[in-house]
Design a protein around this ligand. Structure first.
Ligand SMILES: O=C[C@H](O)COP(=O)(O)O
Length: 255
C-alpha cells in the first residue's frame, strides 16, 4: 500500500478557545468516519494554540490524528519564562511540532541557528518537525528549490543521524502565505518534486505544500506532493472533508 497523504493544519492564532475545540471536534468526527482516514489513505495532523493542546489531545484519543504545537523552545527545561519545552510537548502526547514558519522568521526574528536548534531538540524528543521552508520572492522553481534545499540543510545541521522522528517538510513560498490563491500548480509540483528527491537521498521525509491551499489543489497537483499544510481555507471544517474526498478520488484513480 502506498504511503498515506499527509493532511495537516495549523490554526495559527485565528480562533478562540471554544472555537478551536469546536473545530477540532468537527474534524475529529470527520476523521472517525471518512474512508480516506479509516482506510489509511490520509494521515492527519492538527496544530492548535498551546492552551488547547491538552483538551484536543484528549478529544482525538483513539484516533491516529497527530496533534502538535506551533512552536517550541530551543532550550531544555529551566529558567525560560514564557517558553514551552520539547520535553513537555512530548510528555503531553504531542507527536509533531511546527518549526521555521515564515511568520516566526519574519515577526519573531527566528534565524537559521534557532531553527536548527529547535529541529534537533524536537527530533531528540521524538517530535516530528513540520519544518517550514520557502523562498521570499516569487521566481522560478529552480531557484526556489535551491533556496529550500539550502534551508533544509541548515535546519538539519544539528540533528543526529539516524533521525529519531519522521521529518515533514512543508514547502511554503512566503509570497503564497495569506494570499488569495496558492502558487501555481506547476511551480508547486516542480519545487516539491525536487525537495522530495533531495529528502529521499538524505535520510527520508515527506514534502507537503502550504500557502493558501484549499479544496481542489491536491487534485491539481497530480501526485507531486505527499500532502497539504492547510490554513485559512479549512476554517470551515467542511473544506477539510472535501480535501479528504479528493484523497479518495486520487486513490481510486491510482488503482
Ligand atoms: O500554516 C499554514 C500556512 O502558513 C498557510 O496558511 P494560509 O493557507 O492561511 O495561507
Amino acid at each position: 500500500m502506498t504511503a498515506p497523504l499527509l493532511i495537516g493544519t495549523s490554526l495559527k492564532m485565528y480562533f478562540g478557545y471554544q472555537q478551536t475545540l469546536d473545530w477540532c471536534r468537527q474534524v475529529t468526527d470527520i476523521a472517525r468516519r471518512h474512508p480516506a482516514v479509516t482506510q489509511g489513505h490520509a494521515a492527519l495532523f492538527i496544530m492548535p494554540s498551546f492552551p488547547t493542546l491538552a483538551p484536543v489531545l484528549e478529544m482525538v484519543r483513539g484516533t491516529d490524528i497527530r496533534i502538535g504545537a506551533q512552536n517550541l523552545s530551543d532550550q531544555p527545561p529551566g529558567a525560560w519564562t514564557g517558553e514551552v519545552s520539547a520535553a513537555m510537548l512530548a510528555e503531553m502526547g504531542c507527536r509533531c511540532v511546527e518549526i521555521g514558519h515564515a511568520e516566526r522568521r519574519r515577526h519573531f526574528h527566528e534565524d537559521e541557528t534557532l531553527v536548527a536548534a529547535k529541529t534537533a531538540l524536537a527530533m531528540t524528543h521524538g517530535l516530528s518537525p513540520v519544518l517550514c521552508v520557502g523562498e521570499g520572492e516569487e521566481g522560478d522553481p529552480e531557484a526556489a528549490a535551491s533556496e529550500c534545499i539550502r534551508q533544509m540543510e541548515s535546519a538539519l545541521a544539528e540533528t543526529p543521524h539516524p533521525r529519531e522522528a519522521d521529518l515533514i517538510v512543508a514547502y511554503e513560498p512566503h509570497w503564497a502565505i495569506g494570499a488569495s490563491q496558492p502558487a501555481s500548480s506547476e511551480h508547486i509540483s516542480a519545487v516539491c518534486m525536487k525537495l522530495q528527491a533531495y529528502l529521499d537521498g538524505h535520510g527520508g521525509g515527506c514534502v507537503i505544500y502550504g500557502g493558501s491551499a484549499g479544496p481542489g489543489l491536491l487534485s491539481r497537483l497530480e501526485g507531486s506532493v505527499q500532502g497539504m499544510f492547510l490554513g485559512r481555507f479549512v476554517h470551515d471544517a467542511r473544506a477539510f472533508e472535501q480535501i479528504l474526498d479528493e484523497v479518495m478520488t486520487l486513490h481510486a484513480a491510482s488503482r
